[in-house]
Design a protein around this ligand. Sequence first.
Ligand code: GDP
Ligand code: MG
Length: 184
Amino acid sequence: MLTDSTRSPGDATVGKSALAEIFHSDGAHFLKNYTMTTGVEMVTKVVNIPETADAVEIFIFDSAGKEIFYGTLEKLWEFPSLLCLVYDITSEKSFKSCAKWLERARAAAHGMQLPGVLIGNKTDLAERRAVEFKEAQEWAMKQGLDYFETSAKEMDNYGAPFHKLAHSFHQMYQERVELIQSIM
Ligand code: GDP
Ligand code: MG
């Protein structure tokens, strides 16, 4: 089993904790009451990689997204291997913040490869959508991120971004193994 750690930055209230929780519980728990995460929480989950005998254990570090906790975050972000960036499709501001979060995550990666996904959450609030799918997808592509839209509330599509992350990690691992074998 391969192990990796995923950082999940994003503004407050976009649904980071809700997504981490339903992915972790396979759709059993949706956090209905808003509680500001104080600091960093971690959940783990094993994802099987299709067509291989491998599984990737994902450690999700759910950050509070508050500047006051930034000192704590920096320490935990020391060796990120994957990035899961989340915004709320009804909040233009949360989308704009993604550039800042991405920059911070990349800085924490110290030039190491950091595959990642961008998640537009809260698709159940379609009538309040403030960011178009295409706009977000184009921005994500330019940043080398895969784009997904989810609704943690409706439990819609929540597994897809995490499976993509597990797959990216597996691929990165395979490439490293091949590289090591080629120089031995
Ligand atoms: P975080 O601050 O990014 O961790 O956000 P939370 O996971 O704590 O969610 C903030 C609020 O948004 C909570 O009241 C959640 O119930 C709500 N929420 C989270 N995901 C969704 C979603 O997909 N749709 C809707 N309508 N509300 C959501
Ligand atoms: Mg939270």
